[in-house]
Design a protein around this ligand. Sequence first.
Ligand SMILES: Nc1ncnc2c1ncn2[C@@H]1O[C@H](COP(=O)(O)OP(=O)(O)O)[C@@H](O)[C@H]1O
Ligand SMILES: [Mg+2]
Length: 392
Amino acid sequence: MTSLPLGNDNDLDDTQFYNRVDEISFLSDNLELTKKGSTPTILLTGIRGVGKSALMKKLKKNLQNEYLVVYMDLSAIDKYKKNSLTRFDFMKLFYESIIKSCSESNIITIDTKILKYFKNRNFKLDKIETINKIPLLPLTEEDYTKFTTFVMDLPQQIYGNYKKQINGVLIFMDEFQILKQLDEDVNGFLWYIRSVIQSQNHIGYIFSGSMSVKDELIADIAGQKGAFGGRILNFEITTFSFDTTKNYLKEKADYLKFTDDGLKRFYKCTKGIPYYINSFARLLPPNEKLNEDKIISEFRKSLPYLLLHLTNEWYKLNNQEKRIITSLIEKPLKRIEIANKLEVTSGAIGASLKTLQNKSLIELDNKKYEIYDSIFKEWLKKEYEEKGDYPY
Ligand SMILES: Nc1ncnc2c1ncn2[C@@H]1O[C@H](COP(=O)(O)OP(=O)(O)O)[C@@H](O)[C@H]1O
Ligand SMILES: [Mg+2]
């Protein structure tokens, strides 16, 4: 009955994808500079659930008849990662993403051999082959440097071989904040990427991730002294406004019978974040009067389901990490204040703070740490009120 997408489905079809008209036209205009030979580089930011991935997948669909569009999701890197994340893991994923886009593309025809080779990673160095003019190197760890250069250069090679058929190659790197887990100085890696991009033409990039504007990775990328400082277009996706949310629900879920106050409360609960709008709206009863009180009680009931992605993370945290989070429920705190609350030294919580930041559970704003997701914070509060303790 419902046509609202699931909160974790970001591959939306045209009937599901709502609005974002200005964003699409702005981003497309910039990406299309690729056609003229430049290398537009865009940093797409915005809070988790706001619709960055959905937007990039939409852009991919719009542009993939004229460009080779590579969508790379860095969260998939986990499958390579053993203890720590290395440059080589990144390169393998990048390579796999490029090959996947080639094989899905109607324009680029790559022999199925290339896919077979990818699956079977154990070939020897002397077996360098070319498939459809795209050089194929063996994927062994020993030849790491060569492989890195090869992968980073591959988009340019593809463009060179297919320039009659495509206007350029567009590369979307999603969940870019995962790079923070790299086993080396992220900055060094960013400068490396930048040096490669600088020598390219007809290639466009979007780096995107659920980083808040305050994130230090953003400064490393786009700040004055950042690797891409002055050369990257920083674009933030914002939440749905009240009116957008209202029109969206009217159009896609007219069986939800909000009163004026009920709708206002719905907006307050979901904060205009499409992830929460869809997830919560899907849980509401159809054809029933939804006034303010009803929304409040439904929201309390729905919280555990809305927060599944975060509560899963929560239960995996160690005790200190959990205690840091609960110390921040009342108000944002400085590092030393957190340490005092936990009765440990400031040095003793450094690693936990980093982990929590990397998981986007907390963020640092103006020297104070705060809980990233306010709805998650409400869930913890409610657990405490109902059960007398936090869910440890
Ligand atoms: N333009 C849109 N129209 C309708 N629903 C959307 C839109 N953008 C996002 N959503 C909803 O929000 C959810 C989260 O979007 P997603 O792109 O995964 O966010 P992000 O990548 O910013 O964390 C999607 O699964 C979908 O349910
Ligand atoms: Mg995303």
